[in-house]
Design a protein around this ligand. Structure first.
Ligand code: FE2
Length: 172
C-alpha cells in the first residue's frame, strides 16, 4: 500500500495537532474516547440488526444502554475540566465498526451469531485499552473524579467482554 492509499481525509492528519502537555494529551484522548463510544453505539445497533437469537441481541442491547451511560460519564468529565465534549474522529474505532459490519455481511446465517459476538468482543477489547490509558493519564493529572468515572466505564467494558466471550463459547 502506498502513502496515497493510506491517507484518509475523514481523520486529522498526523502532526496536525500540537500536543505539548499532559492535560492536552488527556483532553485529546478523552475526545477520542467519546468518538469511540459513538462508534461503538452505532456498531452495536448494526450488530443487533444482524438477526441473531435473543440472548445475543439482549446482550448487545444491554450494552448499548451502558454505552449511553458511558457517554454521559465522559460528558461529565469534559464539564469538570471546563472543556467542550467534542469527539475526535477515530480511525481505529471507525475501522473496528466497519470491520464488524463487513464480517457479519460476509458470513452465512449459520456463522452469523459467532461473527457478531467476535466483532463485539474485538470492539470491547479496544475500549478496555483506551480506558486503561485514560485512567493512567487521569491519575498522573491528579484528576481523581475523572479517574473514578473512567473506572466505571472500564468496569462495564470488562464485564461486557467477559459476557460476550462466554456467549461465544456457548454458541460455538
Ligand atoms: Fe463498550
Amino acid at each position: 500500500m502506498d502513502t496515497a492509499d493510506e491517507k484518509n481525509d475523514d481523520f486529522p492528519e498526523a502532526g496536525s495537532r500540537d500536543v505539548r502537555t499532559l492535560r492536552e494529551l488527556f483532553r485529546l484522548q478523552l475526545r477520542t474516547a467519546l468518538a469511540m463510544e459513538y462508534d461503538s453505539l452505532a456498531g452495536l445497533a448494526e450488530l443487533r440488526a444482524a438477526g441473531t437469537p435473543h440472548d445475543t441481541t439482549d446482550l448487545l442491547g444491554h450494552h448499548a444502554n451502558e454505552t449511553r451511560e458511558q457517554i454521559e460519564n465522559l460528558n461529565r468529565i469534559f464539564a469538570a475540566i471546563g472543556e467542550e465534549p467534542l469527539p475526535e474522529p477515530s480511525a481505529a474505532s471507525a475501522g473496528i465498526r466497519r470491520q464488524g459490519r463487513d464480517l457479519v455481511e460476509d458470513c452465512a446465517q449459520e456463522m452469523r451469531e459467532r461473527a457478531v459476538l467476535a466483532a463485539a468482543l474485538g470492539s470491547e477489547s479496544y475500549e478496555i485499552g483506551c480506558y486503561q490509558g485514560l485512567i493512567t493519564l487521569a491519575e498522573e493529572l491528579d484528576a481523581g473524579d475523572a479517574a473514578e468515572l473512567l473506572q466505571l466505564n472500564l468496569a462495564q467494558e470488562v464485564h461486557t467482554g467477559e459476557a460476550l466471550r462466554r456467549r461465544l463459547q456457548v454458541v460455538g
